[in-house]
Write a protein that binds this ligand. Structure first.
Ligand code: NAD
Length: 422
């Protein structure tokens, strides 16, 4: 069995679009490399008075269009190659929605579900101190990702501010409102995904009430997507998370499920009594992927839809809330089967878009109301969907290749205009 390597997958995707765009060889080579990658050791005192050392990474892929932007992930399976891939995907994503950032990502190999809040705070503060040589409001701006949240962003902001000697809210996005966060940021990725899905539904003339949804992952992205699709009138019939899966053919009571998750210390769906149980993990995902639904939204991790299970998928649309959930081999199968894949670099770009709004507000110390944020997010996501769809129709290709053509071309143009130093 071949071992999945996200960096190889990201390079394979770039190679495909480089061919299609007839990209200059030198520019292609430049884009195939990350600009810089910092590996740090993060030693902390654990609650039992022993010292444990964690490995952390911050990778900046390309900075030609602006400062680096990308989340920080805490997960036992984090690897340098995963962080490099996620940084590259951030570069294309920022270019697809045309915001002035380059791509970055960070991660720490750890299992936060087995750590106390105090330990997570110490880990975050020491990590921030170690990577502070390359982050900053003009240089590289982290944000939340898997297992990190507004509280973690507060600690990053505070630690960085202690180092420079003044409050620097622009160093991270996804902060609480009280310390310079933006209205609408916490749910922006789910809201952006809903906006893209809604445009795709209109394109395919699908009625919300007849559009059944299955969602993998019920964290930041999956739960807010469920909320917005429910508000749109779509029955959300199934969800999974690390604790298992839930199914209700009439549609889950999403507000009740959200309230249930909010009450759980680990924010899990387990214990909710408003649906039948899909068999346990990892079988819950296999059952989820086979369901007779119109839309399947993977909102957990990479490498979920593969050549092994893509053929079982009955959904008409796959909406990638997660980064890299579908392998290139699975893409081919889905395309042959007529499944419309809404690619990650478009579908989940709402998060970085409102992060951009947050950063602009922090730099200007002027804060926008929610109406303005929602209006601007809707404008950018809708425009980006139609730009990608127009390329797909012109080039007779799938939406992933079309999104890559749009994003990579914008970055390649910036590289060409700036030239190679010295
Ligand atoms: P999160 O930590 O808030 O939630 C992750 C969810 O996935 C949890 O519900 C967890 O239980 C579930 N999960 C993990 N492994 C699973 C498995 N094997 N099967 C089913 N569920 C599983 O993370 P998040 O911020 O929602 O991020 C999810 C994905 O979205 C990641 O790929 C991330 O890179 C991407 N993303 C996040 C943002 C953001 O703003 N947070 C923006 C863009 C993309």
């Amino acid at each position: 069995m071949t071992v999945f390597n996200p960096w190889e997958m990201a390079c394979q995707q770039l190679d495909m679009v480089a061919d299609k765009l007839n990209l200059d060889k030198g520019i292609h080579a430049k884009l195939r490399h990350c600009k810089r990658a910092l590996i740090v050791s993060v030693p902390i005192w654990m609650d039992d008075d022993t010292v444990e050392v964690f490995e952390g990474y911050r990778v900046q892929h390309n900075l030609e269009r602006g400062p680096a932007k990308g989340g920080i992930r805490y997960h036992p399976d984090v690897t340098l190659d995963e962080v490099k891939a996620l940084a590259m995907w951030m570069t294309w994503k920022c270019a697809v929605v045309n915001i002035p950032y380059g791509g970055a990502k960070g991660g720490v190999v750890c299992d936060p579900t087995k750590m106390s809040l105090k330990e997570i705070e110490k880990l975050t503060r020491r990590l921030t101190s170690e990577i502070s040589i390359i982050i900053g409001p003009e240089k590289d701006i982290p944000a939340p990702d898997v297992n990190t949240n507004p509280q973690v962003m507060s600690w990053i902001m505070d630690t960085y501010s202690m180092g420079v000697g003044y409050s620097a809210p622009g160093v991270v996005t996804g902060k609480p409102i009280e310390i310079g966060g933006s209205l609408g940021r916490h749910t922006a990725t789910g809201r952006g995904a809903m906006l893209v899905i809604h445009e795709a539904m209109k394109h395919l003339k699908m009625k919300p009430s007849d559009t059944r949804i299955a969602i993998q992952g019920f964290g930041n992205v999956g739960s807010s997507l469920a909320r917005y699709l429910h508000e749109l009138g779509c029955p959300v019939v199934a969800v999974t998370d690390v604790s298992g899966g839930l199914f209700n053919e009439k549609g889950l009571d999403v507000p009740a499920l959200l309230a249930h998750v909010e009450r759980q210390p680990q924010r899990l769906i387990a214990g909710f009594d408003g649906g039948d149980h899909l068999a346990g993990e990892p079988a819950a995902n296999e059952a989820l992927f086979k369901l007779d639904v119109e839309i399947l939204a993977p909102c957990a991790l990479e490498n979920q839809i593969t050549a092994d299970n893509a053929g079982n998928i009955r959904a008409r649309i796959i909406a990638e809330g997660a980064n890299g959930p579908t392998t290139p081999e699975a893409d081919v199968i889905l395309h042959e089967n007529g499944v419309l894949v809404l690619p990650d670099i478009l579908t989940n770009a709402g998060g970085v878009t409102v992060s951009y709004f947050e950063w602009v507000q922090d730099l200007q110390s002027i804060f926008w109301d929610l109406e303005s944020i929602d209006r601007e997010l809707t404008r950018i996501m809708t425009r980006s969907f139609h730009e990608v769809m127009a390329i797909a129709e012109r080039e007779q290709c799938d939406l992933r290749l079309a999104a890559y053509m749009l994003g990579v071309n914008r970055v390649a143009t910036a590289v060409k205009l700036r030239g190679v130093f010295p």
